[in-house]
Design a protein around this ligand. Structure first.
Ligand SMILES: [Zn+2]
Length: 228
């Protein structure tokens, strides 16, 4: 029961469902006297006084120290870099409709794109375990442990829906289309500040409208399109 869902050894901590660095760069210092306000579908305005320690910001799905640090830290860092880059020039990127990844990542851009993908594979896995989404977790474990792409996970980047004047970070519920007890398609948004990442789980049916402007590390491009 207390196993790390990735490697199945002893689990220790829950992963932040919104990356701590995204929360810190957006909200600045958070404390008991200057808290964040946390909302769920059931409760609103719950004060959170620490990004690092609050359990509310973390998944119930446990991971071990080794998976949390050594194995998946490069994935976290790749997202951190892309997130900061996108948010610092968002209007320009949005109007150009494009992000040149060679300007975001120094060195091996292809590897960095894979790592961004794996960061969301990790978050998605945490949510599948936590919310009992009927998606097989084994390919998620394999991808994370071997630094290989998950063939059914696609990402796209676009503007955050809702009022942009308000500082906001959050995730939407996972919408899953289930056929015969298993998910055939699932989608959710990861939102921070002005941007959102749409995480898609697509099996057989890849309608062009759904796949438009998505990216996957196996079809590597140095530029990605912004979803408008
Ligand atoms: Zn582990």
């Amino acid at each position: 029961m207390n196993k790390c869902w990735i490697c199945e050894k002893q689990g220790n901590t829950g992963e932040h469902l919104i990356k701590a660095s995204d929360l810190k760069t957006l909200f600045g210092e958070v404390s008991q006297s200057s808290p964040l306000y946390f909302h769920t579908s059931k409760a609103k305005n719950i004060p959170v006084g620490s990004i690092k320690r609050s359990k509310r910001l973390k998944s119930d799905a446990l991971i071990c120290n080794d998976c949390n640090s050594r194995k998946t830290q490069p994935y976290d860092r790749a997202w951190e870099q892309l997130s900061i880059y996108l948010r610092s020039n968002w209007d320009t990127h949005y109007h150009s409709g494009m992000v040149d990844l060679t300007k975001v990542f120094r060195g091996n851009v292809r590897e960095s794109v894979l790592y961004v993908h794996l960061f969301f594979v990790k978050l998605f896995g945490c949510r599948i375990i936590q919310d009992n989404v009927p998606i097989n977790i084994a390919p998620f474990q394999y991808s994370l442990l071997h630094a290989k792409p998950h063939k059914n996970i696609y990402l796209s980047i676009g503007p955050r829906p809702g009022e942009l004047q308000k500082k906001y970070a959050g995730v939407t519920p996972i919408e899953s289309l289930n056929i015969n007890g298993g998910s055939a398609f699932a989608t959710w948004l990861y939102m921070v500040d002005t941007i959102s990442v749409n995480i898609l789980y697509v099996t057989k049916y890849r309608h062009p409208n759904v796949m438009k402007n998505t990216f996957h590390p196996e079809k590597f491009l140095s530029k990605i399109k912004i979803k408008k």
